[in-house]
Design a protein around this ligand. Structure first.
Ligand SMILES: [Fe+2]
Ligand SMILES: [Fe+2]
Length: 274
């Protein structure tokens, strides 16, 4: 199975790059399953239903979230009627939406996708390790699901790496999201779980985390907000992770970071074109 996971889409620049390039990427690499983190898609803060539909129409099978999940208050309502949108599983009981779901891939595989949020420098949610453990033990690889994909939305690389090894051999891949800066440590762990500390963002990298840089600089200098944070509107880099999953085991065979467009060095073509 051929999986692509794209990092946090930031604002209009990120959305435009994804909606323009994803159909081509799906066709070129015959992707079976595409997941996108959409927590910053609406002006950098949260997601609207119209934007969610645009991302799904462009070729996403599922959209995940993070600490900005409910910045757009309408998400508290429409997440209940949009099963392809999931939010971190370790929010308090009663939070709208779900933290996981099983989705059909183009090759017929049942893919369990779990979204969870880390605890270091993040809101105080419940333990993501135990929440993820309960999910993957209730729906084991090749028993309940053909593939298991985890978006671990966390700040600390230590927490993300610990989670990766915690589920190694029990999940197809763990992608870190949230920092908006791609790391170069993608690999298949010894047990067969593909891992990356952070897949980066889909947004304009001539920015601070995808936001126009003047106001972040001002806030670091003066500690006084002067204006709203607005997404940077230069050309976006699409950033994500490609994973080839063995259909017999549900574990990863190989993995490669994808960066395309904008100012980062491109990593196309992916290994599926050799
Ligand atoms: Fe983000
Ligand atoms: Fe985040």
């Amino acid at each position: 199975m051929r999986l692509l996971f794209l990092g946090d889409v930031v604002g209009r620049s990120g959305r435009r790059a994804v909606t323009e390039e994803l159909p081509r990427l799906r066709a070129r690499y015959q992707l079976d399953f595409v997941a996108i983190n959409g927590e910053n898609a609406a002006g950098g803060f949260g997601i609207t239903e119209a934007i969610l539909v645009d991302l799904l129409d462009a070729g996403a099978d599922v959209v995940t979230l993070g600490n900005h999940a409910f910045d757009q208050k309408e998400a508290l309502v429409f997440i209940e009627r949009q099963p392809r949108l999931i939010r971190p599983i370790n929010y308090p009981p009663g939070t709208p939406g779900k933290g996981s779901g099983i989705f059909k891939a183009a090759n017929g595989a049942d893919v369990l996708v779990i979204n969870a949020m880390g605890l270091i420098f993040m809101p105080e949610l419940s333990d993501p390790f135990r929440a993820i453990d309960a999910e993957i033990e209730a729906c084991r690889l090749k028993q309940g699901a053909d593939a298991i994909v985890i978006d671990f939305h966390a700040e600390a690389t230590s927490e993300k790496q610990a989670l990766g090894y915690f589920v190694d051999g029990r999940a197809s891949c763990v992608v870190g999201t949230h920092t908006h800066a791609p790391t170069a440590d993608e690999r298949v762990l010894p047990g067969g779980t593909a891992f990356i500390s952070d897949i980066g963002m889909c947004g304009d990298y001539q920015s601070v985390l995808g936001m126009a840089k003047d106001e972040p600089i001002n806030r670091f200098l003066t500690k006084i907000p002067r204006s709203r944070l607005e997404p940077s509107m230069g050309p976006a880099t699409i950033s994500g992770l490609a994973v080839e999953i063995d259909d017999r085991t549900g574990l990863a065979v190989r993995t490669q970071g994808l960066r395309l467009g904008g100012v980062l060095a491109p990593t196309e073509p992916l290994f599926w074109v050799e």
